[in-house]
Design a protein around this ligand. Sequence first.
Ligand code: ASP
Length: 331
Amino acid sequence: MISRRKFLGRSLIGSLGMLTASQTACQPTPLETSVPVSPIAGEPIVISTWDHGIPANAAAWQRLQQGGSALDAVEAGVMVVEADPNTTTVGYGSTPDRDGHVTLDACIMDHDGNCGSVCFIEHIMHPISVARKVMEDTPHVMLAGEGALQFALSAGFEKMDLLTPEAKERWEKWLVEKQYKPLINIENHDTIGMIAIDGKGHLAASCTTSGLGYKMRGRVGDSPVIGAGLYCDGEVGAVVATGLGEMILKTLGSFLIVELMRQGASPQEACEEGIRRLAKKVKNYEEAQAAFIAIDKNRAFGAYAIHPGFSYAIARGTENQLIRCDSLLKN
Ligand code: ASP
């Protein structure tokens, strides 16, 4: 539990003051195995999934420094990863479905429970911003496929080809054997999910992904599903998931973890119970990875995964720090 973990100093930690949104390359940051424990009142915190959380956090932090809200921050943060062609699991340059189409899922949720989502959307680099537009400019929560694309185009988003030559080449190699098997902690399970609390104590969450590499056409995972891929309730906390969406959907993990926190569990205890519940309810859970990160309204946070290998990034104060997550299975 985080509350029992030892405080580690700042020596290995990247300085947020030195990171900017344009510095999108994720330098190999030394992993910490434990994190500072004491939340500081009024302090913003940004937490996001996997190693690409470092540049994403930097962009989110910059948005907060410019006076943006937690909602602005979680949008701006994940946009960095959506635009990075070297991230093959989110946005531009990501791995296509088995027919060679890049189809994306994203959602966003604010402190007051407002939320927006797009799924199975093609040709748009920033599905997270389309999701926010769905939330703010429509009476709906979720738009899918062609309808989501039409909405995005009408809102002024640019239509583009998201399949880079490199991703196309990898897909063509994959076509030789056409083997689909979810693997643990490889690039086909690397959603960027982000949760944040701003200086006013407002929470927000975002999540964006291309889902499973070489998935069936039309497959949608947990990431755009409110309650599965993320959940945010300003009275309690915010949670984001990553990993095999088929498993996360079966227990609505993010909603479950927020509800456990509402009942008094710490974010760490709630994430651990969320993973235990998944392990109890999902057959062969040990064959794939899933992980949750959580923060509560008092700025306590936690994370837990099925397998070792999941990392998450925490930005606060002057730090932007990559953390090695604890897991149910130890190796
Ligand atoms: N959760 C995503 C999905 O199943 C994938 C991931 O997080 O890596 O679509």
